[in-house]
Structures are given as C-alpha cells and as structure tokens.
Design a protein around this ligand. Structure first.
Ligand code: PMP
Length: 362
C-alpha cells in the first residue's frame, strides 16, 4: 500500500522517518520447509500444553480479570531455573519488547551506543526509534567481536552471544574484559541463542553492577508463538526496566503465557534434551554441507551461517525457495554471500542437503 504525502500529514513527524524491522516471512506454501526464522523444530514440553489447558479448564472465569502485572509466578520460575534472586528478573512480551525497554531505560545517553556492524538488525531500528546515536564497530575478518574495540567512550554496549546472524560465540573472559573496561555504562548481552552451546553471562550478574543479560523462550524452549522474554540484572537495573514497562504497558504477559512459560521453566529435563537434539543435528548438518563445498562459520546457535565459494548466495536462496525450502538471505555489505539456515530436525536437514546435492549444485 502506498501512502501519499498528503495522507502522511496525519503521522507524527518522527514516525514518517522510521525504517521498521522486517521480520522473516511466514509464508503459506504447501510442504514448506521453513528454515528462515530460527524457530525450534520440536514442540514445547507437553507440560506447557497441559498448563494452557488447565488455564482454560480452571481459570476461564479469571480471564475477566487482568493478569498479575508483575508476573510473579513466572519471575519465580525463571529465578529458580537460572539460579538468581527473583529481584534480579524482568519479564516482557518477547525479548524484542524487553530489548525495547532496555534501550529506553539505559541507552538514551549523550555518548553513542556501541554494537557490531554485523548483528541483530533490530538494534538500528530501536536506535532510530529512541533517537539514540549508535556506532557500529566492525567484526574482524573472521566475523569475531574484538573486545579491544569496546574500550572507547560510549553510552552503552550490546553484545549478542552467540552473535546473529554469524552464530559465533564469545567467551566469558572477553565479556568480562568489556564489562571491566566500561564501569559507567550498561553492557547488554543478548543471549537469544545461548542455550545451544555458548556460555551464559548470567553467572556474572552478581559480580557486575553494569551487566544486563537478555534471554527468550522463543528458541530453546520452542515458544516463539507465546512471546515471553526476560532479562537478568542487579535490582537497581531491574527497577529502571520496571519503571519503563509500567509507563508503557503494565500487563505484557497474559494468563496463558504466564502459565505456559512457568511450566516450561519447570521442565528442565525436556529443555536440556531438546537443546541436545538440536546441537547434534547441527553438527551433522555442518558436516553434510561441508561435504557439498560450503564453508560454515563455527556455530553455537540453532542456526548456521554458510557460504559456497562457487555459488551466489542470493541465487542459492531463490533456488531453494523454488523447491519449497526457505532460508534467510541478507542483502547487506560483508554478508551478501552468506545464507543463514535454521537447524531443523534430522529429516528436515536431510531434505535440505539432498535438494542442494541433487537439484541445485549439480
Ligand atoms: N535477539 C536476537 C539476537 C534475535 O535473533 C531475536 C529473534 N529475532 C530476538 C532477540 C527476539 O526474540 P523474541 O522477541 O522472540 O524473544
């Protein structure tokens, strides 16, 4: 739909300038293999399904009433699973919303926000939305974050670990180096993919008063459709997030989401088993793609970032699409010859490999 300049006069001036985030598509194609938005190929814990059914059966009348604005039961379940105090937990409607509140709460400063040139593409969107000046620091030639680069004046730092879309993880030593070099700014570690093999910085929260760790139930807990994300930090930072949240939407987590997410955090065995399955499938997929001549960056996520020296990545993406397989392609400097491929089940990954081998790379 095209909006005319005349119609635009109703829009707030700043909204006219926005460049919104474009989510990965959710197409309705038959026999589609969807490897483009890093969703989990397995269902959530059966206990999650049970918990949602229980809300319907026993609490339907309670839907008249607002949910707990603090989602205390959920914060308690997260605190227990993460081994932190409940006062160190903040929850929101997906980690995208938690990130928005983090930007507003900490990063609207005189000095620029720092993050890598290749990272989650929502950060520039939020930077513009909140009027934050950002400086993007180039990853090195191997697509790694260089901690030394983050020792310059700033009003906040974001490190995605593992980084997206590169899939490469950063060690906790490097994260501590960045935290120690920046005692007066908040350092956000976005751990959307941490459960697939990287080290979590949650263990550092009690030690660093400037650390915020953000995680989600969307990937490792198979709950992208539920929209529950959370942050862990010391209580003086959580207080700022609560102030922002209660100035925006006091009830971001509904009754179903609270019950479902609590059940997920209580089923640690299922969670660990599913993560291990994805990790094992990733290693098989990487080996198979390398056999076909792909170069794959070392992944600690539920996706891989791969390039083929003889094939154009955009063309590969469109050829896969013709075969009903959707992967993510970014038409951006430095990464325009790479494909980001979500790890599916072993059967799904085999379909990808067979399609590449028999129909595309022939
Ligand atoms: N952080 C990163 C790095 C991501 O890739 C995503 C998923 N697009 C998110 C945060 C947001 O995830 P969600 O809102 O589903 O929690």
């Amino acid at each position: 739909m095209t909006i005319t300049a005349e119609q635009m006069r109703f829009w707030s001036p700043a909204v006219r300038e926005l460049e919104p985030y474009v989510p990965g598509e959710q197409p309705k194609i038959q026999n589609l293999l969807k490897l483009n938005t890093n969703e989990n190929p397995y269902p959530p814990s059966p206990k999650v399904v049970e918990a949602v059914q229980q809300v319907l059966l026993n609490q339907a009348d309670a839907l008249r009433l607002y949910p707990d604005p603090d989602a205390t039961a959920l914060k308690q379940a997260i605190a227990q699973q993460q081994g932190v105090d409940v006062a160190q937990v903040f929850v929101g409607n997906g980690s995208d919303e938690v990130l928005a509140h983090i930007f507003k709460a900490f990063f609207v400063q005189e000095a620029p926000l720092l993050y890598p040139d290749i990272t989650y593409s929502f950060y520039p969107v939020y930077s513009q939305f909140f009027g934050i000046q950002a400086v993007q620091l180039p990853l090195n030639e191997q697509f790694e974050i260089v901690p030394e680069d983050y020792k310059r004046p700033n009003g906040g730092i974001i490190i995605t670990n593992p980084n997206a879309p590169t899939s490469i993880a950063l060690g906790l030593n490097a994260i501590e180096e960045i935290l120690q070099a920046n005692p007066d700014s908040v350092v956000l570690i976005d751990e959307a993919y941490v459960d697939f093999g990287a080290q979590s910085a949650v263990s550092l929260v009690s030690k660093y008063e400037n650390l915020v760790v953000c995680q989600t139930t969307s990937k490792s807990r198979s709950l992208a459709g539920l929209r529950v994300g959370f942050a862990i930090a010391q209580p003086h930072l959580i207080a700022a997030l609560e102030a922002v949240k209660n100035s925006f939407n006091s009830y971001p987590i509904d009754r179903f989401a609270i019950a479902a997410a609590v059940a997920s955090f209580e089923d640690q065995a299922y969670f660990e088993q599913q993560c291990q399955k994805v990790i094992a499938s990733r290693e098989t997929l990487v080996a198979d793609l390398e056999q076909l001549g792909f170069q794959v960056l070392p992944s600690k996520a539920n996706f891989i970032f791969a390039t083929h020296p003889q094939r154009d990545a955009a063309q590969l993406a469109s050829q896969l699409r013709e075969q009903g397989i959707i992967v993510r392609y970014f038409n951006k400097p430095r990464i325009d010859q790479y494909l980001r491929i979500t790890i599916g089940t072993d059967e799904q990954n085999a379909r990808l490999v067979e399609t590449l081998k028999n129909q595309i790379l022939v």
